[in-house]
Design a protein around this ligand. Structure first.
Ligand code: AR6
Length: 181
């Protein structure tokens, strides 16, 4: 269930599965502005990672009042097989005026933060495409576009995984990545 593309020595993978089972230096969470957890992938990460992650999120919230849409913050990863969790907040899909730019910012800010943490591998969920209802093909186009432009301009990250929980997203990503060859 996996496709691999090597682009400038960087491995891009699309995987069907649960991101909490992934092995990567960084696991990305699709959080909300409160940083206090929720359903979907956020709930799964907090459940599998344990209470240490939430405790750090609370500290960040006390310090800076949560995390705005499009921004990213990091914590350690508790019991997950990762060094860090980057929590980014995707936009809720409404009429699509600002949401594509905001989703692009999530990927850009997350990748910049990953780089500043000196990490070489990162696993992304399909941010905003669940409870926040962002159209899946458009979200995949933005995610892949941002990742490719990051790879072209920055060194350091060696492996990027797109972890798709649902078959529909997996198909969309697999098709779009095949076109990148
Ligand atoms: N591993 C990987 N992907 C997953 C997992 C998992 N374990 N579980 C769900 N997904 P969502 P959003 C996929 O709803 O749309 C939370 O309550 C899911 O199939 O988790 O950004 C937050 O606290 C979908 O493709 O996040 C926010 O309030 C993708 O992850 C809100 O949901 C994103 O779905 C954020 O909504």
């Amino acid at each position: 269930m996996k496709e691999i593309i090597i682009h400038n020595q960087v491995s891009l993978k699309v995987i069907r599965g649960d991101i909490t089972k992934c092995k990567a230096d960084i696991i990305v969470n699709a959080a909300n502005t409160s940083l206090l957890g929720g359903g979907g992938v956020d709930g799964a990460i907090h459940k599998a990672g344990g209470p240490a992650i939430l405790a750090e999120c609370v500290q960040i919230r006390n310090r800076q009042g949560g995390c705005p849409v499009g921004e990213a913050v990091y914590t350690t990863a508790g019991q997950l097989q990762a060094d860090y969790v980057i929590h980014t907040v995707g936009p809720v899909w409404n009429r699509g005026q600002q949401e594509p730019e905001l989703l692009g910012r999530c990927y850009r800010n997350t990748l910049a933060l990953a780089r500043s943490l000196n990490c070489t591998s990162i696993a992304f969920p399909n941010i905003s495409t669940g409870i926040y209802r962002f159209p899946k093909p458009k979200a995949a186009e933005i995610a892949i576009g941002e990742v490719l432009s990051f790879i072209r301009t920055h060194m350091g990250i060696a492996e990027i995984q797109f972890v798709c929980f649902d078959e529909e997203n997996y198909r969309i990503y697999a098709d779009k990545l095949s076109d990148c060859h």
